[in-house]
Write a protein that binds this ligand. Structure first.
Ligand code: UT7
Length: 328
């Protein structure tokens, strides 16, 4: 295997969801909303809520352990653990450090990634770069969130949207000569739009006017940017890989709103039967939506060797990114 022919391939996936469900009917008792509005405008029926004492690192470690088990790779062989999260247990130690300890991945470097809902694609991209350069062979990318720790339960604009959960994928060195593995990626961001989606009081800057450390969002504007940028970067990775929408076996978009998913799929020209949707069960788990969906797609047998998978996300920052991969 020469350096030029190396790429990254996903060799294992895992997920972890808290037991407790919060349904739209439950939310009807908490804020002025309705099951009908949430179902129609967003597509969510229920979301999961972490138990007391169940933190991001716990969910992430469970998902990561499953990904390693599926790949048949011992934790001691992992070179790097990247954890995409906006809700780490603590800023330091990083969630990656805590997950390393839980797994016993004693040889691994550890790093958290702050790219909001796009975090898994940033992690997958960094994993690909480390593997293609020949510097590393096994990179574990985890996305884990306890979003409900930063939800304002009095704000109906945001509290209906988010849920907790984790997903993970092991990226392993793969000989690219069979045309499989990561084919193309694209990352983007624009700090000009920072005010659209914020977590005030989460860093050194005080926000005296904010009610606490709660997600604040201008949903309408975020919606428009999400559709535009996800469609654009999804199309870009297909073009880079010399593929068209007709070649896409499965599109896994970030699960933030069913109307965003539909609009992006329409713009890309991918028909609904080739778009993975599970937003109704988990809501928006931020960075974790894509690896959770990927794990379920694998469990449901929706990815066969040779299939083209496109993952496509968008989040606070603003950030966005997409990655195309041939499964197998
Ligand atoms: O993870 C990445 C970042 N997040 C996103 O991608 C989220 C992107 N944005 C969205 O998904 C949507 O903008 C929302 C779901 C947040 C909101 O949907 P919308 O269709 O953009 O609604 P809107 O904000 O334009 O509000 C429409 C109406 C308003 O009432 P009026 O002014 O028309 O009387 C809102 O007050 O819906 C009302 N509304 C609600 N009604 C019932 C807003 N939230 C709710 C609610 N229940 N929870």
């Amino acid at each position: 295997m020469t350096m030029q022919t190396l790429t990254a391939q996903i060799s294992g996936v895992g997920k972890a969801l808290p037991e407790r469900r919060l349904t739209n009917a439950d939310l009807e008792k908490m804020v002025d909303t309705s099951d009908e509005w949430i179902t129609k405008r967003v597509g969510i029926k229920e979301r999961r809520i972490a138990a007391e004492g169940e933190y991001t690192s716990h969910l992430g470690a469970r998902a990561a352990a499953d990904a390693l088990a599926m790949a048949g790779v011992p934790a001691s062989e992992v070179d790097l653990i990247l954890v995409a999260t906006s809700t780490p247990d603590t800023v330091y130690p990083s969630a990656a450090c805590l997950i390393q300890k839980a797994l016993g991945a004693t040889r691994a470097g550890v790093l958290d990634i702050s790219a909001a809902c796009t975090g898994f694609i940033y992690g997958a991209s960094l994993a690909t770069g480390m593997i293609r350069s020949g510097l590393m062979r096994q990179v574990l990318v985890v996305a884990a969130e306890v979003n409900t720790s930063v939800v304002n339960w009095k704000d109906r604009d945001t509290c209906i949207l988010f849920g907790d959960g984790a997903g993970a994928a092991l990226f392993s060195a793969h000989d690219a000569s069979d045309g499989r593995g990561v084919l193309a990626l694209r990352l983007g961001g624009d700090g000009e739009y920072a005010p659209l989606l914020n977590l005030p009081n989460s860093g050194c800057r005080p926000f005296p006017d904010a009610p606490g450390r709660y997600i604040v969002m201008q949903g309408n504007e975020v919606f428009k940017q999400a559709v535009r940028n996800m469609a654009e970067c999804g199309a870009d990775v297909l073009a880079q890989a010399g593929l068209t929408a007709a070649d896409v076996s499965l599109l896994i978009p970030h699960q933030a709103n069913i109307r965003i998913i539909d609009a992006v799929a329409t713009r890309l020209g991918v028909p609904p039967e080739r778009v993975f949707v599970n937003i109704e069960k988990y809501g928006n788990t931020s960075a974790a939506t894509i690896p959770i969906a990927l794990c379920e797609a694998v469990e449901q047998g929706r990815l066969k060797p040779g299939d083209v998978l496109v993952i496509d996300a968008f989040g606070a920052g603003l950030t966005w990114g997409a990655l195309a991969l041939r499964w197998g």
